[in-house]
Ligand binder design. Structure first.
Ligand code: PBG
Length: 322
């Protein structure tokens, strides 16, 4: 019989620690506004703001000073229609932000969310026909958005719409236009989740009718996650995302064991909001809860974590060295 406590004393504890959080684990999401000199707080996500491109650059600069090296861009649009035309407008907030970031900080890793929901008048992630989201008609638009982001200089495009075959379509569109080096991070395993609530306020992307149950995955299912992920890898995805994170770490672990591509866990808006609310009330220690949660995502098998806590976590990691 072993005495496990021997390895838990302060002199040895850190030497036997299996996982650590570093600056190479974390990506911060950014919400990009149209216009200039604009910044808006998001009520349900204290500490997170939407920025116009000029102010976003300042935010990224301060993030980089803390060690931040990568960000995921989400557009916020006032130009909404049935076909999401503004989603692939090169003058739109996301392509403009990509260009500006790459000009000022060429080494910064730019990842972009590729979806229709912030640009459609009904808020769905695809083209709506006869009251339902039409899979195959959405594919061409997704490819246009991905191409528009690649042309602006994005390193990775991340489709989050959950249409079938979108990775194959996007890969083909990128390759035929000479963007074979632009990678695809597929939100392959995206569950229909109440934890996205605050994001819909942030991106003004709430659905005007119905819900996303016909395209996002059922939280009750895990075998399906493996099928989705395997097919996306076959279609050309370079990395696979699981979303949300905390209640879905069994899925992260399962995919880590079954696949060889990097796995990304998305610690979503509702997960952020819960921690913020409880810590503002003094019911939780924010720093401890955040660092524990992020570390446990790594332990579960995530190679990369997208989290709204990233900027704070980078400060805390620096101070703590753990
Ligand atoms: C767009 C998209 C969503 C999120 C990321 N990309 C919202 C949704 O699917 O409703 C959620 C992110 C978060 O909650 O932090 N399709």
């Amino acid at each position: 019989m072993k005495r496990f406590r021997r390895l838990r004393n302060p002199a040895i504890r850190n030497f036997v620690q299996e996982h650590y959080l570093t600056v190479h684990d974390l990506w911060q999401p950014f919400f990009v506004l149209e216009g200039k000199k604009k910044q808006e707080p998001i009520t349900s996500m204290p500490g997170i703001k939407r920025f116009s491109v000029d102010l976003l650059l300042k935010e990224i600069e301060s993030y980089m000073r803390l060690g931040g090296r990568a960000g995921v861009l989400f557009g916020v649009s006032t130009h909404k229609d049935l076909l999401a035309k503004s989603a692939y407008d090169p003058q739109g907030p996301v392509p403009q932000a990509i260009k500006a970031i790459k000009k000022s900080f060429p080494e910064f890793l730019v990842v972009t969310d590729v979806c229709l929901c912030a640009y459609t008048s009904h808020g769905h992630c695809g083209i709506v026909e006869k009251g339902t989201v039409h899979n195959d008609k959405t594919l061409a638009i997704l490819a246009k958005i991905a191409l528009c982001h690649a042309e602006a200089g994005a390193n990775l495009v991340a489709p989050s719409d959950m249409m079938d075959f979108r990775v194959k379509h996007i890969r083909q569109a990128l390759d035929t236009r000479g963007f074979e080096d632009t990678g695809i991070l597929s939100y392959a395993v995206k569950y229909v989740s109440a934890f996205y609530g605050p994001f819909r306020e942030a991106a003004h992307s709430a659905t005007q009718f119905g819900d996303r149950k016909t395209y996002q995955m059922n939280p009750a299912n895990s075998r399906e996650a493996l099928k989705e992920a395997r097919q996306d890898v076959e279609e050309g995805a370079d990395m696979i995302m699981v979303k949300p994170a905390l209640a879905y770490l069994d899925i992260v672990g399962q995919l880590r064991r079954e696949l060889t591509v990097p796995i990304v866990a998305y610690n979503v808006s509702g997960e952020y909001a819960m921690v913020k609310a409880a810590s503002q009330k003094g019911w939780l220690n924010e720093q401890d809860v955040v660092l524990e949660s992020l570390l446990c995502m790594k332990r579960a098998g995530a190679d990369i974590i997208i989290s709204y806590h990233t900027k704070d976590a980078l400060k805390w990691i620096k101070n703590n060295e753990n």
